[in-house]
Every structure is written in structure tokens, then in C-alpha cells.
Design a protein around this ligand. Structure first.
Ligand SMILES: *Cc1c(COP(=O)(O)O)cnc(C)c1O
Length: 236
């Protein structure tokens, strides 16, 4: 077998173990944290291999890339999430193709999702992405707009908010990430306690290749891992 296939299999096994250890360490039971394989730039043969190795959740960043790869993927038992920045004019193309949009970062995007979901006679599951580090360069909703926008989106009939997502700032030490992860967890719990109609705070999506253990220890229940599974990304 090609070395890359072996590596992917071993990486998945290793990461799964690390996830389970961190989950138990955080006082939860092993299956509490979902393990997403982030598949941007990855060739379908490797994605299918990851699926054969037990991956049941994949995340893609770009609408066009996902649409061009999906027919080659063995997706029968796999959940698909969009995790990259989404432009309103692409919602129409992706809304029926994915199980969740994790990267909803504005009311105007949510309005377009609502419009297209109604057209397709469906309820769109979404996460609200928060720019927790208040970085200019980052996607995600501004903190100052967050609560008001959240309530406005929760009113939309064809959208169900399932939780929160974030990409924290790059930090020198993983321990520096804690304050961002803690802040997200607190928000996640606080909103959950409000029992807002149309909202079920089920998913807190945070943690990537370099920091998924830290994120889990802070309460994440969905980690998005790319390069630690597939190796460094080659952008073409
Ligand atoms: C690329 C990406 C990831 C995975 O990043 P790695 O560091 O390769 O694990 C996770 N989340 C989002 C939103 C991404 O764009």
C-alpha cells in the first residue's frame, strides 16, 4: 500500500486516541466529541480512504471544491459540513448538498440561507461562527454584533441554530488559547440555558490539528482536523 494511505490510517488512529483521552480527562465519556476530517485540497482517493478508516464527518471550505469532488466521494454514511467562509451568492448551490453550515457569520448570510431553505422546503442546520479573538483578518461574526444577530437569526423559520464555531487567534503557546476556548464554552452554556426557540445548543465546534486537545479540555465537542490526518496542504 502507498505510504500515504498507511500514514492516514495511523494518523486517524492516533488522533482518535488523543481525542478519547482528552475527552475522558475533561470528565466526559469517550463518544462525546465528534472527529471531523477537514478535506480541503485533499484528493478524493485519500478522503475515501479516511472514510474507510472510520471517518464519518467531513468538512470542506469551498463550495466549488466540494461540488467538484463530491461525486467521487463515498458519502453514503458520512455527514458533510461546510466550514469555510460562504458568500451569499453561493448559498443556492450548496444548501441541499451539506448537512450543516458551520460558518454563518452575518445576518445577511443567514437571510439568504433562510430564503433558499424555504425554497427547498427544508430546515437548514447552522452554527454561528464567532470571531472570538476580534481579529481584523479573521472570518466570524463580530463580538459586538453577536447577541443581537443571534436572536435575529433564531427567528428565521427555516434555520435551526445548532451551536457555535470558532477559529481562535494563532498563539505561541496552546495554553494561551484557553481564554478564547473558555469564552466560547461559557457563551455556549449561557445561550443553552436561555432556551431560545429554534435553538438547540448541541455543538461547540473548536479545535484543529494543533490544538484539538486543548479545545476538548475546554469543552469542545467537535474538532476539525485536517493536516494532522492528511499531511501539509498543497494549494494549487
Ligand atoms: C483548514 C481548517 C481546519 C483544519 O486545519 P488543520 O490545522 O489543518 O487541522 C479547521 N477548521 C477550518 C475552518 C479550516 O479552514
Amino acid at each position: 500500500m502507498e505510504q500515504k494511505f498507511i500514514d492516514i490510517q495511523e494518523n486517524i488512529k492516533f488522533i482518535r486516541n488523543q481525542i478519547n483521552e482528552a475527552t475522558v480527562k475533561s470528565g466526559r465519556s469517550e463518544n462525546d466529541v465528534r472527529f471531523m476530517a477537514v478535506t480541503k485540497t485533499v484528493d478524493p482517493v485519500y478522503i475515501n480512504h479516511a472514510i474507510d478508516c472510520g471517518i464519518d464527518l467531513i468538512g470542506e471550505n469551498k463550495v466549488q471544491e466540494f461540488l467538484s469532488k463530491k461525486d467521487a466521494l463515498h458519502l453514503e454514511k458520512v455527514e458533510k459540513h461546510l466550514i469555510g467562509h460562504l458568500q451569499s451568492n453561493k448559498v443556492r448551490k450548496i444548501i441541499t448538498e451539506v448537512d450543516m453550515i458551520q460558518s454563518v457569520d452575518s445576518v445577511s448570510l443567514a437571510k439568504e440561507i433562510e430564503r433558499q431553505a424555504e425554497k427547498n422546503n427544508m430546515t437548514a442546520k447552522i452554527l454561528i461562527e464567532l470571531n472570538v479573538g476580534e481579529e481584523e483578518s479573521k472570518t466570524g461574526m463580530d463580538k459586538s454584533l453577536f447577541m443581537e444577530s443571534f436572536h435575529e437569526i433564531a427567528e428565521m423559520k427555516h434555520i435551526q441554530i445548532k451551536g457555535l464555531m470558532t477559529i481562535p487567534p494563532i498563539c505561541e503557546k496552546n495554553s494561551d488559547l484557553r481564554k478564547f476556548f473558555d469564552e466560547m464554552y461559557k457563551l455556549f452554556i449561557d445561550i443553552g440555558h436561555k432556551n431560545i426557540d429554534n435553538v438547540s445548543m448541541d455543538i461547540l465546534s473548536m479545535g484543529m490539528s494543533g490544538d484539538y486537545e486543548e479545545a476538548i479540555l475546554c469543552g469542545s465537542n467537535l474538532v476539525r482536523v485536517g493536516s494532522a490526518i492528511f499531511g501539509p496542504r498543497i494549494y494549487r
